[in-house]
Design a protein around this ligand. Sequence first.
Ligand SMILES: Cc1cc2nc3c(=O)[nH]c(=O)nc-3n(C[C@H](O)[C@H](O)[C@H](O)COP(=O)(O)OP(=O)(O)OC[C@H]3O[C@@H](n4cnc5c(N)ncnc54)[C@H](O)[C@@H]3O)c2cc1C
Ligand code: FES
Ligand code: FES
Length: 1408
Amino acid sequence: MDESGASGGSRKGNLVLAVNGQSFELSEVDHPSTTLLDFLRLNTPFKSVKLGCGEGGCGACVVLLSRYDAKLDRVEDYSVNSCLTLLGSVNGCSVTTTEGLGNSRDGFHPIHQRFSGFHASQCGFCTPGMCMSFYSSLVNAEKAERPEPPQGFSKLTASEAERAVAGNLCRCTGYRPIADACKSFAADVDMEDLGLNSFWKKSDGSEEKIGKMPPFRRSNGMSMFPEFLKERMKSSKVMDEKRFSWYTPVTIREVQSLLEDSVNDKEAIPKLVLGNTGAGYYKDMRTTEKYIDLRYVSALSLIRKDEKGIEIGAAVSISKAIEALREESAGKSKELVVTFGKIADHLEKVASRFVRNAASIGGNIVMAQRLGFPSDIVTVLLAADSGVTILSKTRQESVSLERFLGMDPLDSRSILVNVTIPFPEISRNLEPKARDILLFDTYRAAPRPLGNALPYLNAAFMADVSSSETLNGVVIKRCRLAFGAYGTKHSIRARKVEETMTGKVLSPSLLMKAMEAVRMTIIPADGTAHHEYRISLAVSYLFKFFGRLLDFPDQVPNVCLDGQVCFSSEDTDGENGFQRQNPALLSSSRQIVEVNNEHFPVGKPIKKSEAAIQASGEAVYVDDIPAPPSCLYGAFVYSTKPLARIKGIMLSSNIASSSVTALITFKDIPKGGENIGSLTIFGQETLFADELTRFAGERVAFVVADSQKHANMAAESSVIDYDTDNLDPPILTVEEAVEKSSFFDVPPYLQPEEVGDVSKGMEEAEHMILSAKIGLGSQYYFYIENQTALAVPDEDNCMVVYSSSQCPEYAHDTIAKCLGVRGHNVRVISRRVGGGFGGKSLRAIPVSAACALAAHTLRRPVRTYLSRKTDMIMAGGRHPMKVTYSVGFKTGGKITALRIEVLINAGISPDVSAIIPQNFIATLKKYDWGALSFDINVCKTNHTSKSAMRAPGEVQGTYIAESIIEHVASVLSLDADDVRKANLHTVTSLGLFYKDSVGDPDEYTIPSIWDKLGSTADFLRRTEMIEEFNRVNIWRKRGISRVPIVHEVSLRATPGKVSILRDGSIIVEVGGIEIGQGLWTKVKQMVAFALSSLVCDGNSSSLLEKIRVVQADSLSLIQGGFTAGSTTSEASCQAVRMSCDLLVGRLSPLKDKLKEHHGSVNWESLILQAHMQSTNMSASSFYIPEFGAIRYLNYGAAASEVEIDVLTGETTILRTDIVYDCGKSLNPAVDLGQIEGAFVQGIGFFMLEEYLTNEEGLTITEGTWTYKIPTLDTIPKQFNVEITNTGSHRHRVLSSKGSGSTFVNSQSFPLGEVSVRLLTFLPVRDSFRGAAAAPGGVSALRDEDGNKGGEEAGGGVEGGGKERGGVRGGGAGDDAGGEGGMRDGWGGGLPEAQSHEENIIKEHGTQR
Ligand SMILES: Cc1cc2nc3c(=O)[nH]c(=O)nc-3n(C[C@H](O)[C@H](O)[C@H](O)COP(=O)(O)OP(=O)(O)OC[C@H]3O[C@@H](n4cnc5c(N)ncnc54)[C@H](O)[C@@H]3O)c2cc1C
Ligand code: FES
Ligand code: FES
């Protein structure tokens, strides 16, 4: 591939495109499968497009694509994911990335500024894609014919603004601030609705607020198509097809002739391509050398209407089809409004906007017909009685869609031409007085309502019914019932069910019969996950569709206008009212933070440093560092067996041997080195399997090739030859580990302490539950930046490694040992990490070590950026656990004793699993159990090593604590809230359970937080309202719960260094790594505060601008340790404060002297003088926490209300309120971001994410298709957070209490990490209790193996003992529980009255 500038050198037939207005002209492309992302990242300076998944599922790579239509002289602009868009398809296009909107040098775009000012960027890896998804919507709204918006706003509506980013993933922020940043541009936004930001104060008036925001001008929403490209497109747009192996026929005849040309050449069967989004699902392994782009074939791009219906060309994008359907339905007959409108609504839930913009209707249908893709489109079109036209060789045929689906898979030389959707017809005249109604509705149950999730099942029903007075009921004259995506070859018409109903008067018994027929018809293929759930969904949907006619047979005609209106179950909000169009995803939020000005600028909610350059794409992550000359690329080959001998590794012959340079294995470890991938004080992990692989997912080799793509292809297609003869079976369960005594040691200093005498406590008990069991599964980090490293050999046997790491020091030690060199020969550099959550600690080290080993062996730079799949397979993640507990309690709910046994699945290597028991017990101790004893085993198994993931062990500990409380409440038929309150600690019991961590008695704030939350969340009144709601509603149930959090953290020693340069600017180095948690921002604030006594002109805030925190360099600042455990921010702040104190000590005499002579002295003069006097202007410190104050407790509480549709399992978090005691927060805006982000990660763990393995331990949820983290549409509809500012904490850093620090290392916030996960979970379970026959469930509820859903909601907890009491959590049915937190798109908006936001900043202290 080559590139030349816009001027000169232009060769006929080249591929030409513009990126951010710059011309790129290519005379060749490596392969037609080259994506736009490949090109942008490798061949342009624009690195903002990030690779998060490579399958269209995350949005990190979104760009704006602009196409010029020379005939119409019109430009079309739309967002696409550049990871699937093929370079060949963008010939003649203009591409805009976030760098094209603005930058630090020429000025940021208001989108960048507002993302930064609304605190909407943390690690920043998702931010460029977010900005571009939003920008695309902005541009299109601006082009639309709409009324002029008020000055300073765009034409976008608030609803459109949040939906613009609904398909983009962010793992850090929790989305609320992103939604606010986007909504701030909306013409109809109420300024009061916007959350905490750095622009205005809550008390400012609306006009003032608008004035303070970075202004939006109309030009900011206009994309510019470069003139040179227009000219070029007018003259010729054809690139040399042969040279690029990219053919762009314009007639069907031309397509056919291209296909015919290759009839006898099997290898060369060309690939027909449109949006290429299908490659996101059916990964393209580059088997085809010739691509035929169907986009320019006019017959395939037409949308035509006649009196019978609408014909949509196969090449029409889903977005355009939606537009056409809406246009067609607008203002037309009621049947059209409903049928076409409903189809369009359903299509809007397909994928995400940036996929729909590229994805074609035809591509979807072909994937469904040929490969069994679980299509939504086919199901809804089937119910609408659609037909298709297909062309094979010379025969063109129009057949019904149903028949097409039943035909042999479309061969690769046939073409789908179009699909026809007939206008719905209503048959009349059953009897003179009958009122005829056409019903049409569509359904889908998916993990996320809007954001990129395939359905578990979809359905679309049409029924032509007549309300007959004679028969006193509703007659079903005709119906079409389509189901799909449930583990079937393709969507089907449920003919038997249709027959059962047709011509009959609807009655309960008929409906029952029909539902039974559905049960017999909808049978997922063997091995389909959530088998029973899918069947029950089908039954439920039929019930939903027809049930209303039964409920209100008399009212059917009354709600029908002209006797023809079609209504649908999904039109309604609650039980009776009509739902608003596009209900807000986030209907309201409130942030209350208390600002402490005592140590200004510490305590001020300033925006995160670097947020703006993260938004503009200028922030440099490891993979953005330009490749050094002769750089090679690596990809891991991993084992798929848990225990086997490795006889050999074969690379596929398809991959050109010239591309692959080496296959690095343990045999390449140099003399004197060790086969070591990571190390801690607890032990080490091997880098590569030796002759024996010990777990599926183990690194077996590292293929090194000339590009990342080639390395990935070689690794993917490699085959390992295994031999398992005479080997013991692997240990795959914790029970097997117990049987074989396969455990990791926990050193005595990490053993948690028991409390009191459990036997005595049991004797005091009036009731007991004995041996109840709970299982908890794993969770994947899902940082948006995959694991990555770059190793560059340096002179004198040295190695420089750039690593996305939370602990460069440990990476450094590992690499030195692995290579067998001294520590001073290695340098590890980490500037920023694109999301860590613990996964970039130990799990990142082998990635760096492999690159270093390969670079050392090959004497060339080697880098890698793991594919999402490899990352997920190797990552390990959170520790699964099995817990058995026995608890004794009194009739009033007071617990007297708890005995708990825990089996922790730690996987193959020690990692940091030895800390898990202590972390687990520390959070379990949040209640006064009377007495507590336990037996915890850390099991060594043949699984990937489990590692620290955000609140490791703590999430599980608090989950178990709350489960026990719930269990007790259930047995006693008490309100769980009362049982919680009865078991909250007193100051005395707190001391008993937590010993030295407790601090001063007045620091224990749970009782006041509990009461505060009770009133701010209006807990009691809402509890009553929920009872009433549940009483009157059969199919929707609500639940609410409030839980406390006590989270123990400990400080670690950390270095810091501050240097003042001659010009007065300040350079800071810290041990902590910026992983998005705002560590650098707090450190800057601390430096500005600590040096402020030297500022002579009184302007200490100007110091902030002079400070730069620089990347961690393991040789420059040693002993950096881990950025983990929630305390690195405060420790780093304290370290730099100490350094600053040294500088102040050195500079104060000079300052006083100068002041005496000159009256005043400014900063620059002082510093210059100091330099001239040879003052040491650099100070290093090593902060060692005070003995006795190392551990301390954080407190908080939260309440959540959840609603469940008991027919489908769809869940909605209606409202969450969080109160957190932050001490004196170092930066409340940063801490707020951690709280919200952590909370939403908790939603993921408890409601969506299932990190599953096969029976051999190989991860099977290995990408965005199967692993679902929350999106904007899954967060609480009302999201309120209050950070309280509690007095003075004498042992803490400037009285800050863990908030800043708690979030720092693993971005962990105890509320979010631990209790909040429960807060989302418990109400769900509450709701279940009231539900009689819910077919859905929540994924957090794992079975005992902790692998799949199912245990608790299904009533799996055993009660026993003296008095077993009722088994709790029942009701959801066996397969119902835990089958995946089903949600559907209609998601129940909140009443208008609740739609407001509030953010309050209380100011304390005075500004210095
Ligand atoms: C992240 C993501 C989420 C998705 N979510 C959903 C979802 O929720 N529901 C849903 O229904 N779909 C979903 N899809 C599928 C999506 O709708 C399809 O990928 C898309 O419609 C395919 O269109 P395309 O133009 O990209 O086809 P391409 O990828 O270009 O082609 C797909 C296949 O069809 C062949 N082909 C294309 N056009 C023709 C033609 N006219 N004649 C013969 N062969 C042809 C191609 O050769 C190729 O084999 C999702 C896709 C992605 C990437
Ligand atoms: S990288 Fe393209 S959508 Fe994820
Ligand atoms: S800021 Fe969104 S992924 Fe980190």
